[in-house]
Write a protein that binds this ligand. Structure first.
Ligand code: KG4
Ligand code: ZN
Length: 343
């Protein structure tokens, strides 16, 4: 079964063609990062306009590179939540128009479920159940993935997301957008212990995260140093931040594994590209005898391939979208879109 997947929830206009949720035939991404870098972050209105400009080209290029024609496509899938609402609407409406014009089913996909599914493309043997960590610019989540579409939330952030924390501190340090990856580069070889940062703990809820304390402490360290004319060691601070955030993520992953007896761990989302996190996960899983799956860096960030992969499993579960399917800025990962035949 051939699925065309379309992603436009933030600042990447992306489309991919994937067979049976596993075999990637094409993967086209137009990144708007350079444009948003001028403003230090994503400007939603600009993002929507750029998606509208690029979507036709990106989708036709995905079909061309996969060597498939619209007639060969069995399902059209698109991200419908969560994300920037104007941005989501561009990709979802384009997908609905394709489905309508080609007389194919349309499948709405949850963006975070898509991030998990990036791993199905890279690892043919990977099957639920497992514990997943999804850490991106807007979300931080530990989930018990019981099957491809049955997902239980075990822990979320009470305030900022992990990626948002990286980005905010990077911005205050004067690093260009997108800050997370630049902070990661800066942290290489830094002393993780030089700057003490608060822990991301929430009293009474060992699975929850709170990153606002780390963010505020990092920002205050930089501002205080500036005001008192002291030099801050940027590399050591970057290393300390990476360590604090990664430790919080990794410790809850292992707790979730203990609570559920699951021995397979999956990492996903833009922050899963972080080198400190990848190292801690690799070492921690190896010492506990847990099997770890992490996508290559190219599939950690937003892409159409992950939407095509999850779209396949949603379709198999009967989750075909309605013609009036809307998009939502927020939607829990365990909620289902409304189901109904397209026409
Ligand atoms: O999944 P994603 O591409 O988009 C969202 O769904 O949000 O994640 C983007 C986030 C941004 O906050 C970005 O700074 C962060 O992932 N990120 C990183 C790294 N690469 C991307 N954070 C830390 N280290 C990285 N290497
Ligand atoms: Zn994402």
């Amino acid at each position: 079964m051939i699925v065309l997947g379309i992603e436009s929830s933030c600042d990447e206009t992306a489309a991919a063609v994937c067979e049976n949720g596993r075999r990637l035939l094409s993967d086209v991404i137009y990144s708007q990062a350079d444009i948003h870098a001028l403003y230090g972050g994503v400007v939603p209105e600009i993002a929507s306009r750029k998606h509208a400009e690029k979507i036709s080209y990106v989708v036709s290029e995905a079909l061309k590179r996969a060597r498939v024609s619209p007639g060969d496509v069995d399902v059209v899938a698109a991200t419908c939540a969560p994300g920037l609402i104007g941005a989501l609407l561009v990709g979802a409406n384009f997908a609905k128009a394709c489905a309508l014009g080609w007389d194919k089913p349309f499948v709405p996909v949850h963006h975070i479920r898509g991030h998990i599914a990036a791993n199905y493309i890279c690892f043919p043997e990977l099957k639920p159940p497992f514990i997943a960590l999804i850490a991106s610019g807007g979300h931080t989540l530990i989930a018990h993935v019981r099957d491809y579409t049955g997902i239980e939330i075990m822990g979320t952030t009470r305030d900022d997301a992990a990626g948002e924390t990286f980005d905010k501190i990077a911005r205050v340090m004067g690093l260009p957008y997108p800050g997370g990856v630049k902070l990661d580069e800066l942290s290489q070889g830094g002393d993780q212990d030089k700057y003490r940062l608060p822990r991301a703990e929430v009293a009474g809820d060992p699975m929850a995260f709170s990153f606002s304390g780390i963010k505020t402490a990092g920002v205050n360290l930089i501002h205080n140093a500036e005001q008192s004319g002291k030099q801050i060691d940027r590399r050591d601070l970057a290393a300390g931040i990476a360590r604090s955030i990664s430790e919080a993520l990794v410790s809850r992953i292992f707790l979730a594994s203990e609570l559920t007896d699951e021995r397979t761990i999956v990492a996903a989302g833009g922050v899963a590209a972080n080198s400190t996190l990848r190292k801690m996960l690799t070492e921690g899983c190896s010492s506990r005898g847990l099997k770890l799956y992490m996508p290559p860096l190219s599939l950690c960030g937003d892409n159409g391939a992950m939407i095509a992969a999850q779209g396949y499993y949603e379709f198999k579960a009967g989750h075909v979208g309605k013609p009036d399917q809307n998009c939502y800025a927020n939607m829990p990962i365990n909620e289902q879109f409304g189901v109904g035949m397209f026409i």
